[in-house]
Design a protein around this ligand. Structure first.
Ligand code: NAP
Ligand code: G4F
Length: 311
C-alpha cells in the first residue's frame, strides 16, 4: 500500500487530495496544527478512528515552523510521496506578518526537504508553488516566465521553488514544483475573494447581512476548480522524472465579473450591496515610486547656494 504524507491536509487542497489518495488505495498521513478550536472541518467526512485496523488516514500534530517534528514525522512514517501544501497562503495577510510568512511558507519547505535528505527516505516531493510568483511579469505566464514576486507570500514561494529545484539537482531528490494558478471550490477559505463573494451573496439573499466590503474589482485571475487541480498534483508525482509544471485554465476574469455573475445568479443587483474598502487592496510598496525629486535647474541653484554658503 503506497504511503503519502500531506502537509496542509486541513486546507482546501489538502482535503480534496486526501480524498483522492484514499480512493486510490493510499495510506494517508496528514500533519495538523494544534489549535484551540477545531480546524479539521474539511476532513471530518473522511476521518477514521486510528484504532480501527482498517484505518488508512492518520493525523499527526506538527508545525512547519518546527524542524524536529517534521524530521520525526518523515523518519517514522517513511512516506513514498510527500505533498507539501501547508503554508500561510493568504497574500494580503503575508504583508501583515512577513517574517512568519518567510518562516512557514519559505523555510518550512527547506525543513521538509532537508529531513528527506538526511533520513535517506526515498520520498517523491511535491511543492505547492504558485502563479503569485509571476507577480508583475506581463501575462500570459508560463514555465519560461521569469518570476517577479510582489508580496512576502510570493517571495517565500519563490524561495521554496528554488529550494525544491536545488534539492533535485544537488541531492537527486524527486522534487517537483506545481505552479498552480488560483483554484477554488466550496471549501475555499472564506477570506479569499470567491468564497467571500459567494458567502456574502447567500447571506444577503437570506437576509442575514446587507453589504459586503471588497477591494480591487479590476484585478483579473485565472480561476480553476480545486478537485481537478489535486488530480494534477498526484499525476505530477507519477511521472518518470521530477520537473516543474504550470497549471491554469488559460481563461481570465475580473473580480467585477465574478461579483456581477454571483449576485446576478441570486437575482440581486450587486450595486446595492457591494462597497469598496481600501483596506482590502494589496499594499505594495510602490516599487516604481521615486521618493526624492529635485528639478535639475533647482539642483544647480541649490549647489550654487551651498558653494556660496561655504565661501
Ligand atoms: P489553505 O486552504 O489556506 O490551506 C493551508 C494549509 O496549511 C492548512 O491546512 C493550514 O492549517 C496549513 N498551515 C498553515 N500554517 C501552518 C503551519 N505553520 N504549520 C502547519 N500547517 C500550516 O490553502 P490551499 O488553498 O489549500 O492551498 C494549498 C497550497 O497550495 C498552499 O501552499 C498554497 O499557498 C498553494 N497554492 C494555492 C493556490 C490556490 O489557488 N488555492 C494556488 C497556488 C498555490 P490550518 O487549517 O490549521 O490553518
Ligand atoms: O482570492 P484572493 O485573496 O487570492 P490571491 O491573492 O490571488 O491568492 C490566491 O491564489 C494564489 C495563486 O495565484 C495562491 F498562491 C494564494 O495562496 C491564494 O490561494 O484574491 C484574488 C483577487 C486579488 O486580486 C485581490 O486583490 O481578488 C482581489 N480582491 C478584491 N477584493 C480581494 C478582495 N481579495 C480578497 N481576499 N478579499 C477582498 O475583499
Amino acid at each position: 500500500m503506497p504511503k503519502a504524507l500531506v502537509t496542509g491536509i486541513t486546507g482546501q487542497d489538502g482535503s480534496y487530495l486526501a480524498e483522492l489518495l484514499l480512493a486510490k488505495g493510499y495510506q494517508v498521513h496528514g500533519m495538523i496544527r494544534k489549535a484551540s478550536t477545531f480546524n479539521t472541518e474539511r476532513i471530518e467526512h473522511i476521518y477514521q478512528d486510528p484504532h480501527d485496523p482498517a484505518a488508512r488516514l492518520f493525523l499527526h500534530y506538527g508545525d512547519l515552523a518546527n524542524a524536529e517534528q517534521l524530521t520525526n514525522l518523515i523518519y517514522n512514517v517513511r512516506p513514498d510521496e510527500i505533498y507539501h501544501l501547508g503554508a500561510l497562503s493568504h497574500v494580503k495577510v503575508s504583508f501583515d506578518i512577513p517574517e512568519y510568512t518567510g518562516d512557514v511558507t519559505g523555510l518550512g519547505t527547506t525543513r521538509i526537504l532537508d529531513a528527506v535528505r538526511r533520513s535517506g527516505v526515498k520520498a517523491r516531493f511535491y511543492q505547492a508553488s504558485s502563479s503569485e510568483m509571476f507577480g508583475s511579469a506581463p501575462p500570459p505566464q508560463s514555465e519560461t516566465t521569469t518570476f517577479q514576486p510582489r508580496s512576502p507570500y510570493a517571495i517565500a514561494k519563490v524561495y521554496s521553488y528554488w529550494m525544491a529545484v536545488n534539492y533535485r539537482q544537488a541531492y537527486g531528490v524527486f522534487a517537483t514544483n506545481g505552479i498552480l494558478f488560483n483554484h477554488e471550490s466550496p471549501r475555499r477559505g472564506e477570506t479569499f475573494v470567491t468564497r467571500k463573494v459567494t458567502r456574502a451573496v447567500a447571506r444577503i439573499r437570506a437576509g442575514m447581512q446587507k453589504k459586503v466590503f471588497l477591494g480591487n474589482l479590476e484585478s483579473k485571475r485565472d480561476w480553476g476548480y480545486a478537485p481537478e487541480y489535486v488530480e494534477a498534483m498526484w499525476s505530477m508525482l507519477q511521472r518518470d522524472a521530477a520537473d516543474d509544471f504550470v497549471l491554469g485554465t488559460g481563461e481570465s476574469h475580473s473580480v467585477r465579473e465574478l461579483v456581477e455573475e454571483a449576485f446576478g445568479y441570486a437575482g440581486l443587483d450587486w450595486h446595492d450591496h457591494v462597497e469598496i474598502d481600501q483596506g482590502y487592496f494589496r499594499k505594495f510598496v510602490r516599487p516604481n515610486e521615486i521618493f526624492f525629486l529635485l528639478n535639475f535647474s533647482d539642483a544647480g541653484q541649490l549647489a550654487g547656494d551651498l558653494i556660496e554658503d561655504r565661501r
